[in-house]
Ligand binder design. Structure first.
Ligand code: ZN
Length: 167
């Protein structure tokens, strides 16, 4: 994934240069990623550990989910969670760092929480492979993320088409 997708100039300022504006417009970077990148950059002035942090993806699901590779995620959380606390305060949002999982099942758990899965089916459709994550209707209310958002994040992070269904 791309290292801090925002350019150095835009990290420092409150406006976007033409290039970064274009990235935002084309969905290469989203507003949350801009906010988090700037906040991390700002904190890195007092905390050199935060220099050169790669953020893979940020999703707003009520709280901000920040996805990063394990070693970067560790730095974002900081000792006893001090960094993540500072980041949350800076952004005025609850921030949760998700260590970039090595398997999809772990990622699914991070996103929908600890609800039992009925199964994950693989379907072969005209437009390619589709993964269907099946959850009992009884647990629907315990899942905070909107299915559409879930599908969007899975696509972004795994490249796979994943669908969340309740039955
Ligand atoms: Zn820029």
């Amino acid at each position: 994934m791309v290292r801090l997708k925002l350019c150095q100039v835009c990290l420092e300022s409150n406006t976007l240069c033409e290039q970064c504006k274009e990235k935002l417009k084309n969905g290469i970077i989203n507003q949350e990623e801009i906010d988090v990148s700037r906040a991390v950059h700002n904190l890195s002035k007092a905390n050199p550990e935060l220099k050169n942090i790669d953020i893979d993806y940020v999703a707003d699901v009520g709280k901000l989910l920040v996805f990063a590779q394990p070693d970067h995620a560790k730095k974002l959380i900081g000792r006893s969670g001090t960094t993540i606390k500072a980041l949350s305060e800076k952004l005025g949002r609850f921030v949760h760092v998700v260590s970039r999982p090595s398997n999809d099942k772990y990622l699914i758990r991070e996103l929908i929480g600890n609800v039992p899965l009925l199964g994950i089916d693989v379907l072969y459709t005209e437009s390619g492979q589709l993964f269907r994550v099946r959850v009992s209707k009884d647990y629907a209310s315990r899942i905070k993320i909107r299915p559409q958002k879930f599908e969007e994040i899975m696509k972004k992070l795994t490249g796979k088409t994943v669908e969340l269904t309740f039955e």
